[in-house]
Each structure stands twice: as C-alpha cells, then as structure tokens.
Write a protein that binds this ligand. Structure first.
Ligand SMILES: Cc1cc2nc3c(=O)[nH]c(=O)nc-3n(C[C@H](O)[C@H](O)[C@H](O)COP(=O)(O)O)c2cc1C
Length: 173
C-alpha cells in the first residue's frame, strides 16, 4: 500500500472482527514500533502483547474511555522506562503500529487512561512496574468496515499552514 494513501485513509477503528491476529502480523506490528525514531535513539519503550481473552476483557472494564478494547482479539500496551519525553517517543512508536495495522486490513484506537487509578490498575493487571509510564493500551483487530476508512474531517491547509512567517497564507505565493 502506498504510504501517503495509508496515512490519509487510516481511521480510528473501534469495532473489530473476532478473528485472531496471526503471530506474524503481531510480530510486524512490534517490528514497526521497534523501528520508530526516539530521542538519542534511547528506545525507552516496552510493549506488552495481550491475547488472553479474560485479560483483554478486564482491560476493557478499566478503559472507561474505550470499553470496546474488551472486544478486540489483541491488545498491546505501550509502556516507557526512564524516558525524558515518554509521550513523544511512545507516540512515534504507536503511530507506526497504527499505520502498519491499517496496511494489513486491521485497525486500532488510541485509548486514554488519564485517571491515575486506571494507570495503576492496568499496570497491576499486566505486571508492569508502577514506576514505568503507561502511554496507552491499543486494541487491534481486523476491521469490520471494509478496506477504506470513513472520512473524518480535517482542517484545511489554509487554516494550519503558513508560508515563511506565521500568519502568511501558505497558498499565497
Ligand atoms: C492522544 C489521543 C487520545 C485519544 N483518546 C481516545 C479515547 O480515549 N477514546 C477514543 O475512543 N478515541 C480516542 N482517540 C481517537 C481520536 O478520537 C481520533 O483519532 C480522532 O477523532 C480522529 O479520527 P481518526 O483517527 O479516525 O482520523 C484519541 C486520539 C489521540 C491521538
């Protein structure tokens, strides 16, 4: 799949087919994450692959901002150790998994675990040391809605792009 096409068509997916994700695809997701850039190439990430149904269902109960997590056949927790900028490094890695998943006919959704109690519960459930930073737990599965994502509006470039100086219309020259 063309890279730009994949980036443009990717949509957040909140409903999944129950089909299991083959091990070679799980491996590709992790490889995609592993090759992400990070600050000073510190690679401060860890990925906990969760395939056990009961554990995924418990994650869905904790994930009040994304209870559909409990329905996914696969979940991958992104946790960071000793990261100076955990959100940036973790975000780069998980975005690569999102794009990889889309190119394989799958989908995922970033789920926020903002409540500190949720963070504690997820770490307890997955055996992650409490001092580590939980970025998210991504649900993964094959998409129910065919090959293309539905359009979700984006701001036009005229609103967000500037040429030379902030405030100068990008399309002006
Ligand atoms: C930092 C971040 C937090 C998000 N948190 C949630 C969430 O808790 N629950 C949810 O259903 N979607 C969440 N999303 C998904 C966004 O709602 C979604 O990416 C956005 O509406 C754009 O849609 P698209 O990804 O289909 O283009 C989050 C996305 C990001 C980047």
């Amino acid at each position: 799949m063309d890279v730009f096409e994949c980036i443009r068509d990717r949509r957040t997916v909140r409903e999944f087919k129950p089909d299991p994700v083959p091990e070679e695809i799980v491996d590709r997701l992790l490889q995609a994450a592993r090759w992400a850039p990070s600050s000073s190439n510190s690679q401060p990430w860890h990925f906990v692959v969760v395939q056990e149904r009961a554990t995924i269902e418990q994650l869905g109960v904790i994930a009040t901002q994304g209870p559909f997590l409990g329905e996914a056949p696969l979940a991958i927790a992104v946790v960071m150790s000793d990261a100076t900028r955990p959100d940036l490094d973790g975000g780069r890695a998980l975005q690569q998994m999102e794009i990889m998943a889309w190119s394989e006919g799958m989908g995922t959704c970033f789920i926020g675990f903002r409540d500190p109690n949720q963070q504690v519960q997820v770490k307890e459930l997955l055996g992650v040391p409490q001092e580590m930073t939980l970025i998210t737990v991504l649900p993964f599965g094959y998409r129910l809605n065919g090959p293309k994502g539905a359009g979700v509006a984006r701001k036009p470039l005229s609103e967000i792009a500037h040429r030379g100086r902030f405030g100068v219309d990008y399309a002006s020259s």
